[in-house]
Design a protein around this ligand. Structure first.
Ligand SMILES: CC(C)=CCC/C(C)=C/COP(=O)(O)OP(=O)(O)O
Length: 794
């Protein structure tokens, strides 16, 4: 057991009974018991000793990167448990890759309702038998013990009644399964009253149109006394007023998804609205009904294909190729494990882009219809990946001042507005539609959160309200990858997630417990590395004499956290450590030069740095000249240790150029700390070229100027509680920062570019950490630090 307590000076330390102490400035801010993951406890203990021992010998600090390198290279953590965790992670990655490459049209559960409609189709050669006996068999085999059909684990009266009624009708029509049918009828009669109390927000799609038609059909077959509550008739009339019969014959509307609930249809006109795959609105039940009415061979082809794929069953919609791919990418990214599947994600997004159109997209390809949920998700993910997508596509979903999920919508819904909210933040200058979408969706979601129902029309997921609450509190600019993940691990429901359409359904590609397990193991493994590194940083803090320059441990913790929350992958330890150290060293130098140094000391610092730039790491001569300068120079030189000579030289040159600004007395030097950090990180990454030419590339220069301006501005904000108390006072300035962030995002995200994408991304990553620091108050940042670095993932 590890306990977190606060003692008063801004640091986290390990106490002998394995407790961390986070010392806030004179006050206790957090207090919580920490439990390390079982699988890592033993490893952790051994590694603590191991790291501590190494820290001692690394007072000379020379070999620290070797230690990290060895651990990463052997992926060991030196214990059997760690090896086991790593092997498990590898296995899970392989399994998920197989799932991903075999996604094809998308996996989706079978709907008893749609299967029952297919079972009704008579043999096309005129025999008095079902055309699809396997569908009738599926109905017989999949009744629940209570007599109902529908989702096994989640109860919705709409889902149960619709599924059960359709199955009863199929059995009665073929006069089979008398016992099943009777149990089904008895279930319906016993449970139909629940419709009166059911939440309208969870009414399945088209229920108001389909249910009365099913009751009528049952009555024709001799199944009487099934009531239809008045509110269902009211809802049906409302829907048919919104989408009048004439309109539904002219253009694709959502009523095509529920044709089986309608009468007096003009098939000669409707058939023109059939999709390229032969379906009506991708719906097997609607298409089965259309086939029975028209004998259209394309309808039959669509159905035959589905029955074959689902071994007699049928889902409520098919395919789900775009929906599955987009949501899988979103889940993997938010769970923090997308880096394992880069190639697969690239393929998924290339696939989606093939079907992107100026009208937006739907969950399936080849349908002449679009809705805001898939379109927003596609827009956001494609833009983040560098695809050229026009946000004006979203205009299609604006009706007056409001945005809707689909044209002719009756019930506004939450998750599509959340997708719109997320998309609206990936905005470039002048994109007004995204600004409009942002304001509308924000407002919508805030109202929804303030309500007492907290239900969504499309999905029942583990913790949707908190997911949205966190999403609203954390704008994209202030979202750091590890912070996003640590929250999403709590909100992602895996296989418990239930989707709502005509019936309830499951999406195993999207809602997969393996993703969650992998994400948790990986998070624990990263966190474990981060804790070791934090321990090392504390050793460095002492050995580097940082305290003498007024830097507190807490400042170091925040610097390390910002680095680790952004560059979290275990193998990127060098970048993380360099990030944290650079932040502190540049501050130390600035403090020294601005407040303490004499003119002689300033020029001595530069002279000694220049003299030693190509030389050995030792600065013996300085030692005797000026202690403070020696400490500073040693700190800068130490940054380049562990890198090859070429990188070392590039780093020293970069820092020298930065130092020169002080010499020239340029005011702007204050503005260039962000650029210094970005270039330092880029040099240490694998993507930076061996020569420095890139620094003179016009895009690099523009990005540098922007990042300096943004970060300087953000770091000037005096009161970190802006979010809660002073936001309006800050608003004017925020608008300018937002415009610069938009310009930066555009430069970074847009392709093609003369610069490597990863190099450009560093600018955005660094800017986001400054935005984050300005946006959140101290308490929230401390909570995030605790969650990301210290709270065990359970
Ligand atoms: C793949 C999916 C999820 C398909 C469903 C699409 C559809 C027909 C939505 C309309 O539902 P509705 O008629 O209940 O909406 P509203 O009544 O709000 O207009």
């Amino acid at each position: 057991m590890i306990s977190l307590c606060f003692l008063g000076m801004g640091s986290i330390i390990f106490t002998p009974n394995l407790s961390y102490s986070l010392l806030g400035e004179g006050k206790n801010i957090l207090s919580a018991k920490l439990q390390l993951p079982q699988s890592l406890t033993g490893t952790w203990l051994k590694n603590r000793e191991y790291t501590r021992a190494n820290n001692q010998s690394h007072r000379r600090r020379k070999h620290i990167f070797k230690v990290f390198e060895n651990r990463v290279a052997h992926e060991d953590g030196s214990t059997a448990e760690a090896v086991e965790v790593n092997n498990k992670i590898k296995d899970m990655i392989s399994c998920i890759k197989i799932l991903m490459v075999t996604i094809k049209e998308g996996r989706i559960s079978v709907s008893a309702y749609d299967t029952a409609w297919i079972a009704l189709i008579k043999n096309i050669d005129g025999f008095d038998t079902p055309q699809f006996p396997s569908s009738l068999e599926w109905v017989l085999q999949n009744q629940h013990p209570d007599g109902s059909w529908g989702d096994q684990h989640f109860f919705s009266v709409y889902d149960r009644l619709l599924n059960t009624m359709a199955c009863i009708i199929a059995l009665k029509s073929w006069n089979v399964g008398t016992h099943n049918m009777e149990k089904g009828i008895s279930y319906v009669k016993k449970n139909v009253w629940k419709l009166e109390d059911a939440s309208e927000a969870h009414m399945t799609c088209g229920f108001e149109v389909i249910y009365p038609a099913l009751v009528r059909k049952a009555s024709h077959l001799g199944i009487h006394d099934i009531p239809i509550p008045n509110n269902i008739y009211t809802a049906r009339d409302h829907k048919l007023n919104k989408i009048p019969k004439e309109l539904m014959h002219q253009v694709t509307t959502t009523l095509l998804y529920s044709l089986e609930g309608l009468e007096d249809l003009d098939w000669s006109r409707l058939i023109k609205l059939q999709s390229a795959d032969g379906s009506f609105f991708t719906s097997p039940s609607s298409t089965a009904f259309a086939f029975m009415e028209t004998k259209d061979t394309n309808c039959l082809k669509f159905i035959t294909n589905i029955v074959h794929k689902f071994h007699g069953g049928a889902p409520h919609t098919y395919p789900v190729d775009l929906f599955s791919r987009l949501w899988v990418v979103d889940r993997l990214q938010r769970l923090g494990i997308s880096r394992f599947f880069e190639a697969e994600i690239k393929d998924y997004l290339a696939y989606v882009y093939r079907f992107w159109s100026e009208d937006g997209i739907y969950s399936a390809r080849d349908i002449n219809y679009s809705e805001v949920d898939d379109t927003s998700m596609a827009f956001r993910l494609l833009r983040l990946q560098g695809y050229d997508v026009n946000p004006n596509t979203l205009r299609k979903f604006k009706e007056g001042e409001k945005f809707c999920c689909h044209k002719g919508e009756v019930t506004p819904s939450t998750t599509p507005m959340y997708a719109l909210y997320r998309a609206s933040q990936i905005r470039f200058a002048g994109e007004e539609i995204l600004e409009e979408a942002y304001h509308f969706s924000c407002n919508f979601l805030q109202h929804w959160l303030a309500g007492d129902q907290l239900l969504d029309k499309w999905v029942v997921s583990k913790d949707l309200s908190n997911e949205i609450k966190v999403g609203l509190e954390m704008p994209w600019y202030a979202t750091l990858p590890r912070v996003e993940t640590v929250y999403y691990l709590q909100h992602y429901g895996g296989s418990t997630t239930v989707w709502i359409a005509k019936t309830l359904y499951r999406m195993p590609d999207i809602d997969n417990d393996e993703y969650l397990e992998l994400a948790k193991l990986d998070f624990g493994r990263c966190q474990f590395e981060h804790q070791i590194e934090w321990n090392y940083m504390q050793g460095w803090y002492k050995s580097c004499k940082i305290q003498e320059f007024g830097m507190s441990r807490k400042e170091m913790l925040v610097a390390y956290f910002l680095a680790a929350a952004t560059i979290f992958e275990p193998e990127r330890v060098k970048e993380r450590i360099v990030w944290a150290k650079s932040q502190l060293i540049s501050k130390m130098i600035r403090t020294f030069l601005e407040k303490e140094a004499s003119i002689e000391q300033k020029s001595l610092l530069l002279k000694e740095f220049r003299n030693n730039i190509n030389g050995s790491h030792k600065l013996n001569s300085v030692e005797t000249v000026d202690r403070a300068i020696n400490v500073l120079l040693e700190a800068i030189y130490e940054l380049s240790e562990g890198f090859d000579e070429c990188i070392g030289l590039q780093l020293k040159n970069t820092w020298y150029l930065w130092l020169m600004k002080f010499d020239k007395g340029e005011d702007e030097n204050l503005w260039e700390d962000a650029e210094l950090l970005v270039t330092t990180l880029n040099i240490c990454s694998a993507h930076f070229p061996q020569n420095d030419d890139i620094l003179f590339h016009h895009e690099y220069i523009t990005l540098s100027k922007l990042v300096n301006k943004i970060c300087h501005y953000l770091s000037q904000i005096p009161n970190k509680k802006m979010l809660k108390y002073g936001r309006s006072a800050w608003k004017g300035k925020l608008i300018e920062v937002e415009a610069d962030m938009q310009a930066l995002a555009k430069l970074v995200l847009e392709e093609p570019s003369g610069l490597n994408r990863n190099i450009k991304q560093t600018f955005l990553c660094v800017a986001k950490t400054f935005y984050y620091s300005a946006y959140f108050d101290v308490e929230t940042i401390e909570l995030h630090i605790f969650k990301v670095l210290f709270e065990p993932i359970v």
